[in-house]
Every structure is written in C-alpha cells, then in structure tokens.
Ligand binder design. Structure first.
Ligand code: MOS
Length: 757
C-alpha cells in the first residue's frame, strides 16, 4: 500500500505554483493556432482598402488570378453566402464587426477587406493580394480625433454625431456642484491604443462536408462557434473551434473578427483547409483597439474634503456601424461616497475600424479621469490624496444601494502607503530630490468587476493515479491551465504533475470567456462540483463493483480524503487509493460533471462584488534632459483569495508595466488624409519595454470573497492596470508642476516645467 505523501495531503491552493504549461512553451511544443499544419493546406492573404471612406468602384483580379500557385481571388461576387450573426446574450453570438465581410461595397475604414487571395504558399498569396487592383470613389474620412471639449454630449445621434445617455444618477449633482466650497472641473483624454499581443491573429479553417473545424487564437471559443454557426448557416454542433494556446490577447481576441469568416468562406469554396494569418500592420487596422475617450469630470467638495457632487460626462469614438461602448463610468457610481452624482455617456462615429475591449475596458480610461480629478482636488484642498480617499470611503455601494461583498480598499491604501514610505512625502512641487534628480510621488486607487460567468467542467479520476480535468475555457497566458490543476489537486489529492488539463475546445463542457478577469472566479465552483461528483461516483463504485474491499458498505459509510477511499469507522489509514480501488474493480476511470451559474446577469444582486487596488508611484525627473522615468511602483491588491500568488503577481506586474506604457508611450495615430493607423508596427508604436519597467512591489491582501465562490477567489489581471496612469500623472505633477490631462505624457508637455535642477 502506498503511504500518504506530503504532496498528496498539502493543498496547492494559495501556493506559488509554476505554470504546468511552462515546459511546453519553453520547449516550443505548445501548439498555437497557426502552428497546426494539414495536408493540402492553402494560404490566404486579404486585400485591404487603402481609403477610409467611400466606395469600391472596381476590383480587377485578372492579373492576380493568373499568377503561379494562385487558387482563387475571392471578392463579393464569388465568396458565397456569409450570413449576419445575431447577438444571443449572455455572451453568445458577439461579433466585433457586425457586418459580415464583403457584404457591400461601402468602405468605412482603412484596411477593410475587399478581397482575399488564396494560393499554395503564403508568398504566392501575398504576391497575388498585392496584384489585385482596386479603385475607389473617395470621400473625406472622418478620423478627426480632436473632439470639442464640451459640457454635455448632445442628445441625438447622427452619422458623425453624439448620443447622450444617462448611466447613473442620484441627488441633485448640478445644484450641489454650484454651491460646493471647492470645485474641480477638468477634461481628460485617453488616446486610441492597440493591444499588440505578440501572437498574430489568424485562422485555419477546414470543412468536412457540413462540418467546419477551425483553429483560432480565441479568448472565447464557444462564442466564436456560435457566430460561425450563424454566419455559415450550420447547427452549432457542426462547428468545432480549437484554441490550445494563446499568445495573449488583452481583449483583441475576445470576439470574432472578419478575417476568420473570410478564411472559413474561402475554405468552403475551395474544399481545402485554408490558413490566414494577419500581418502586424493588419493587427492595427482590423482587430480592434481601445477607443479614444474624452471625459469631463466635475467634483464638488467641502473645505474639509467631503465630496458633495460628482459628475462624469464621457465620450468614446466608435466605428460607423458598431455599437461598442467604452464603459468609463463602470466604477464611478460606487467607488466613493457622494450624495449627488451623475454619469452621462455618448459616442462619436469615426471612419476607423471597430474598437473593442482592451485590458480593463471602460474602467481603465474612466479611472484615469476620475482618479486624476481626485488628485487635483486633494492638491487644491492641500489634503493628502490618501486622506481624501479615506474621507470619502463609502459604507455601501451607493449606486445600487446594496452592501459590498468584501471591500478592503482602505487597508490597500494603508498597506501601500507603509510599504512605499508615503509618510515621508513633502507635498510641495519639485521639493524632493535624490542624486541630482527630482522625485515625484503620486498615488491612485482603482476598482474592477468581480463575479462569475456560467461554467461547466468535467473531472476524471483514473486507475493510474492520474486525473483529467476538462473545461471549454481558454488559457490566454494568464495561468488558467495551472489554476485548474490546483483546484483538482486540492479536491482529489492527485499531485499536480499527474493532472492532465484539457481546455480550448468546443467539444469540451462549455467554459467561460477569457475576459473581465473572471475565469478563475467562474471555474472554481464548476470544477469543485465536477470533482465532488467524480468522488461520489467513486464511492458508489466502491460499494457496488466486484473486487472492491468495501462491498459490504454503503456510500454513506465511506469517506474520501487525500486521494483515498476509506470506511469512516476504520479511518483514513485503512483506506485504499483511487488507483488501487479502480484496479481492483477493473475500471479505467470514474468521471463527474460540474456546473455553476453566472452572477453578472442577476437582475437584483444582493451584494456588490468588486476587486480593489491602489498604486503608489515614484518618478524621477531630470530637467536638463527632460527625462521622466517611472522608478518604483508599490501596488496592493484586494482581489479575494489568491489561488496562485506566482501567476497572480505576474499578472499584476504585467499590468503595471502596461500602465507605464499607457501613461508615457502608447498612442495609435491615424492619418487624417487616408485614415490609416500610421504607426502600425512595433517600432513606431511605442510600448513599455524592460528599460521602462519600474521596480515593482505587489502585495495581495488575500481576503476571501465567498460571495463569488467557495474559495473566495475573484480572479485578477485587469485590476492591476486600472489607476496606474493617474498615479503616474500625479507623480509627474509633483515632480514637474505640469498637470498632464491628455495621455500619453509627451516630452513637449514637460518642457513647460519651471522646475529646474
Ligand atoms: Mo479582457 S479586455 O476582458 O479580454
């Protein structure tokens, strides 16, 4: 009889656990979507519109069709039927671009696909795509990104106009603002940003009669299946989507884009598998971006620093046909206690491709504005910005009038301040120096949604002592493979290295989308339920199947612990292991299915579930060279119970670095003449690299939020980005005296600084 080992009895929950998929990635054996190869595989390259507004007049493919190795040039006349897809909530049937590809001849943004070349090799397809001649009638594109600073978004929507909508309201914010003792009234702007995952987007599509299989790097395989089934008029069961690994997505791979439908249609027309991988340039044009936002924030407060009025009016750009809403007011209504509040939103249509969620959608630009305004208010009041936040800490979610499930924001502030040394701050601008540089200190807070998507999973216990867990969710580089193994190990006692985790496939039990930092929170109850059911099945086997030593018992007489079945009366030491029991009964495995409901669509939630965080930032400012560097960031996260602190810290550090990029570097620039994103490559689109990364300290408070799931795990990732930019601009003001309200901070902005060395 094997003895009970330490590995089998110590739960991996909360332990620093290296990625179980790490060895596959570092050895190059992890198969990303475009790594798959098939006999007869053809290659496709789309033809992109070179105008942003107008009409396709003539498409001449005659030369391209005659080129060597070319199988076909598909366009509107010969691509075959592609249907529109219908949104089927929740989270089913969402397509980023509502219009099916090639549906009409109207060009609405630069890079819109007008045709697709398919050939025996990628090179031949690229040459053919380049040889397709398209002529257009052109209108002037509306890519004018300078929205007028305005108090009220207009009440009507026009093609290039705005739509005013009320998101949240309480009290009488106008009156309270008018009579407030201290006021802030400022407009903040965040630019279009492009996600830039390292793995390019792409599709391999193949048909077997009426069965469609695709390999795609998707953050939501079940949604993609649902969209493709509709676009190609198939029952869902006829479509299979496979996504084994994702080279990150940040939201750009959440919903289907048109290249995927084009690859499927081309494969259908030719009866061969087709691979279509976008170029880096196309990644800037046709697979989403975080839209530009412009937000007016008004804060009214008493001389003591108590908020009396908060108003946020925000606009985001969107494309000509879509309905995307960058929800900048997501955290506004509950983050602070304020009796009078109003959030208005509107949108402005542009000849730019569809925007889409990008890490921390809505809240990230939204909190840049509201947290910046809080920092400005603190400076006006000459109150410490941490103190200002403490003064306005709410007791309940005042937006919904319900209690918080678990909110430890004040403790985040306290812990962060201690670790950073905030008490040593001299609030006077330019007053803190070190080694000839000026130091700037700033801080900010943030919140992000928590909850669950519906999820299902299955767990198998096998006769060799191994386990298998399957769930149709995805690992987008965040650690989902590892978390699933940890959960199963915790429940079954099977060591991590004997757990096979299978995900990223619509043939598995439906799993959540990899969005909203909600996967971990969503899968815990489903996986636990599945493991419990597998164990129940095991106990039944133990009492019914010939060969079992428990044949004279009932399942109620038995218990399961640390990987062993035992009679309660006899104790764990006299139990048998799972593998022993299955071998004696000549069974390969027992299996259990599990399921959990979502929380996000609850009409009347009883508690308000969110994660919280704060960032304390130090910048160094070298006036002689106008060099600004983010030196040090201390981040404290109230993200519920942290299942894997190693993966968790990795998520937050990545997010903080992204925040440095948001504050100082990232900005997609559109050419006003032709509407093209002109910095559409990794040399001209600046992102934070190692040299820009600050020293980072990440702390988790680790309070379980058991309203989310039995472990109290909320899932993290996006929360680490929220607030970083506002803390950096506050630190920049502290160092330079320059208040930057439009991101990214440019050297030109800082040249006006009067702070000299
Ligand atoms: Mo995230 S922007 O919810 O993929």
């Amino acid at each position: 009889m094997p003895t009970i080992t330490e590995t089998a009895t110590t739960s991996p929950i909360g332990r620093q656990t290296p990625r179980i998929d790490g060895p596959f990635k570092v050895s190059g054996t992890a198969m990303y979507a475009s790594d798959f190869n098939f006999t007869g595989l053809l290659f496709a390259v789309p033809v992109e519109a070179t105008i942003a507004n107008g009409k396709l007049q003539k498409l001449d493919a005659s030369e391209a069709e005659k080129m060597p190795g070319v199988r076909a040039i598909f366009h509107r006349a010969n691509i075959g039927k592609i249907f529109r897809s219908v949104l089927q909530p929740p989270n089913s049937g969402i397509a980023d671009e509502r219009r099916p590809p090639l549906a009409d001849d109207v060009i609405r943004y630069y890079g819109q696909y007008v045709a697709i070349a398919v050939a025996d090799t990628f090179e031949a397809a690229k040459a053919a795509a380049d040889a397709v001649r398209a002529t257009y009638t052109k209108d002037k594109p509306n890519v004018n990104l300078d929205l007028q600073p305005e108090s009220e978004p207009e009440a009507v929507e026009t093609t290039h106009g705005r739509l005013k909508r009320l998101q949240s309201e309480r009290g009488d914010p106008d009156k309270a603002f008018a009579s407030a003792q201290v006021k802030v009234d400022q407009t903040y702007v965040t630019p279009a940003e492009t996600h830039n995952p390292i793995e390019l987007q792409g599709t391999i599509a193949m048909w077997d009669g009426q069965m469609l299989t695709i390999y795609e790097e998707s953050q939501a395989v079940f949604n993609l299946r649902s969209v493709l089934a509709q676009m190609f008029g198939l029952p869902k069961e006829n479509v299979r989507v496979i996504t084994k690994f994702v080279g990150s997505g940040f939201g750009s791979k959440l919903w289907p884009w048109t290249h995927c439908a084009l690859a499927c249609a081309a494969a259908r027309q030719l009866g061969k598998p087709v691979k279509l991988v976008l170029s880096r340039r196309m990644m800037f044009q046709s697979v989403g971006h975080r839209p530009r936002t412009q937000q007016r924030v008004r804060l009214g407060a008493t001389n003591e620093g108590k908020l009396v009025s908060l108003m946020q009016d925000y606009l985001n750009d969107l494309d000509i046909l879509g309905g995307y809403h960058e929800n900048c007011g997501e955290s506004t209504s509950y983050f602070y206690s304020v009796p009078n509040l109003r959030v208005h939103w509107g949108r402005t249509r542009r000849n730019i491709a569809s925007p889409t969620p990008m890490r921390g959608p809505g809240a990230v630009p939204g909190l840049f504005a509201t947290e910046s305004a809080m920092n400005e208010l603190a400076d006006q009041l000459k109150i410490d910005p941490v103190r200002l936040r403490e003064l306005n800490e709410p007791k309940i979610d005042e937006g919904k009038g319900i209690p918080f499930s678990s909110r430890h924001y004040l403790e985040c502030l306290q812990r962060g301040g201690e670790r950073f040394g905030w008490a040593n701050r001299n609030a006077e601008v330019g007053s803190m120096k070190r080694d000839g540089s000026i130091l700037g200190w700033g801080m900010s807070g943030a919140a992000w949604i928590a909850g669950r998507f519906p999820a299902q999973a299955s767990v198998e216990l096998r006769d060799d002592g191994s386990a298998r867990v399957a769930c149709g969710t995805q690992d987008i580089g965040t650690g989902t493979y590892t978390i699933l193994a940890q959960l199963v190990s915790d429940k079954t006692g099977v060591p991590l290295n004997k757990i096979e985790v299978v995900l990223g496939d619509t043939s598995l039990p439906p799993g959540p989308i990899s969005g909203g930092s909600l996967v971990t929170g969503s899968i815990v109850p489903a996986v636990f339920d599945a493991a419990d059911n597998a164990i129940t099945s095991l106990l039944t086997v133990a009492t019914t199947e010939p060969g079992s030593p428990f044949g004279n018992r009932t399942p109620d007489d038995l218990a399961f612990e640390a990987g062993r079945v035992f009679a309660k009366a006899d104790g764990l030491a006299k139990g048998v292991s799972v593998s022993d029991l299955l071998r004696r009964t000549n069974m390969r495995l027992v299996t259990g299915s599990g399921k959990s409901e979502g929380t996000l669509d609850e009409k009347k939630p009883k508690v308000s579930m969110h994660s919280y965080c704060c960032h304390f930032v130090e910048v160094t400012w070298q006036p002689a060279t106008a060099r600004l560097h983010v030196n040090r960031v201390v981040t404290v996260i109230d993200g519920g119970r942290i299942i894997n602190p190693l993966a968790g810290r990795n998520q937050i550090e990545g997010a903080v670095v992204m925040g440095v990029g948001m504050a100082l570097l990232e900005h997609t620039i559109y050419d006003p003449q032709n509407g093209a994103p002109i910095n559409s490559n990794l040399a001209d689109y600046l992102m934070a690299v190692n040299a820009d990364a600050p020293l980072m300290e990440v702390h988790f408070l680790d309070y379980p939020d058991t309203d989310v799931n039995p472990l109290g795990a909320r899932g993290i990732g996006e929360i680490g980005l929220a607030g970083v930019a506002a803390a950096i601009t506050a630190a920049t003001y502290h160092a330079t005296g320059v208040r930057v309200r439009e991101l990214p901070i440019r050297i030109e902005d800082l040249l006006t600084s009067s702070i000299l060395a």
